[in-house]
Write a protein that binds this ligand. Structure first.
Ligand SMILES: [Zn+2]
Ligand SMILES: [Zn+2]
Ligand SMILES: [Zn+2]
Ligand SMILES: [Zn+2]
Ligand SMILES: [Zn+2]
Ligand SMILES: [Zn+2]
Length: 383
């Protein structure tokens, strides 16, 4: 309600209201409901003023702001071979005749005359509000539930003519008119996640633009969404192991000056989330896993990290472990194959040695024994 009234104010009015609001707050007693409401209003007014100033700034550069889009005026397309179409009316954009605009945030493109009639919010604004996927496979409700209207522009859609045929979007499950659904085909996150199915399917323009922006975002927690997937897809098991190893290695590299100077962790720059955790995936990660790109990439990173820690850097080498059970002088690391890391004390042991001792860590066993002795001793002296 408040928002609505602020939205209709001119810039001057917003400025005046900010001053009024400030004065009223000063007259109010601390910690009253009225004061809180005024402070809240002041925040909203300030945000609105900022928004208006931003808009004014882009307006002075020829950029139009419409529903979150930052529409830049376009020069005529250079080549005649790649045709461009308007996202609003779906007609062709003739560079020489038409003024057109292009949103650099979501790649929405339209005729100058179509800017005002734009109904699609910028995908970047939608994403900023809620960067999550619909994870039900094509959640269709049916044409009748949509009143035979396009889910986006609300035009009537019927099978009577090709111009108004209903087209289903595999991402939202909704039907669209041909102007809002051009038959673009993409990989769907829900199908990948539930069925490991990478077949591209038809989606609306709106979905296509949203999915393109989401593609590299690490928003899929495989463990929580479908834990069986990692078990059944062999490559994912490999990816998971490599990522876990890399996280272990990151601890070494993070505290090694030589590694920092050569910026080793930069190897993972293009997939920053791999440095942060081992369970979040972007849709692109999954596509790359399926197409055999991700495993070799991670193996390369794994190899160069491991080479630094185990071979070329004395500082990192010095932080390795010697198996306490067999005590051979081989230095082992938590990311080596055939070792276990103790949950209790983080020491590293050969897997075979560990199981030969009934899967008990000698260091923890010793500590436990000492603690028991101490408590027994302590009780004795108290008596
Ligand atoms: Zn946009
Ligand atoms: Zn148009
Ligand atoms: Zn439509
Ligand atoms: Zn090092
Ligand atoms: Zn051992
Ligand atoms: Zn232990």
């Amino acid at each position: 309600m408040l928002q609505e009234s602020i939205l209709n104010m001119s810039r001057e009015m917003v400025g005046e209201n900010i001053e009024k609001c400030k004065a009223l707050i000063l007259q109010c007693e601390e910690a009253t409901t009225r004061r809180r409401a005024l402070v809240h209003k002041l925040i909203q007014l300030r945000l609105r003023l900022q928004e208006m100033e931003d808009t004014a700034e882009v307006a002075s550069t020829g950029v139009l702001v419409q529903l979150g889009h930052h529409l830049q005026p376009q020069k005529p397309p250079l080549s005649r071979t790649s045709k461009q179409y308007c996202d609003k009316c779906a007609h062709i954009i003739w560079g020489v005749i038409h003024i057109s605009y292009f949103c650099s945030l979501c790649e929405y493109r339209c005729h100058g005359r179509c800017v005002e009639g734009t109904v699609r919010r910028c995908a970047s604004a939608v994403l900023a509000e809620d960067p999550t996927y619909i994870l039900r496979i094509c959640p269709e409700v049916g044409l009748a539930a949509q009143n035979y209207k396009c889910a986006e522009c609300k035009r009537i859609i019927t099978n009577k003519s090709a111009w108004s045929e209903p087209r289903r979007c595999d991402y939202t499950g909704l039907y669209y008119c041909p102007a809002c659904h051009w038959g673009s085909r993409v990989v769907l996150p829900a199908r990948v996640l539930h069925n490991w199915d990478f077949e591209e399917r038809g989606v609306s323009r709106q979905s296509k633009q949203f999915l393109a922006l989401m593609r590299n975002r690490p928003v899929l927690n495989l463990q929580a969404l479908n834990k069986h997937l990692v078990k059944f897809v062999e490559e994912l098991t490999t990816v998971k192991k490599l990522r876990e190893d890399i996280l272990l290695m990151k601890r070494y590299l993070g505290s090694c000056r030589a590694a920092q100077e050569t910026r080793m962790l930069r190897h993972l720059e293009e997939r920053q989330h791999f440095v942060e955790n081992a369970h979040m995936y972007s849709l692109q990660d999954l596509v790359d896993t399926e197409y055999g790109v991700l495993v070799p990439y991670l193996q390369r990173v794994h190899h160069s990290f491991s080479e630094h820690i185990k071979t070329s850097c004395l500082v990192c080498q010095g932080k390795g472990y010697i198996c306490e059970i067999c005590d051979v002088s081989e230095i082992i690391f938590p990311f080596d194959g055939g070792v276990v890391v103790c949950d209790g004390c983080s020491t590293v042991l050969h897997h075979l040695c560990y199981t030969s001792r009934g899967s008990k860590c000698p260091r923890c066993v010793r500590q436990e024994a000492r603690r028991k002795q101490e408590t027994a001793g302590g009780q004795g002296s108290a008596r």
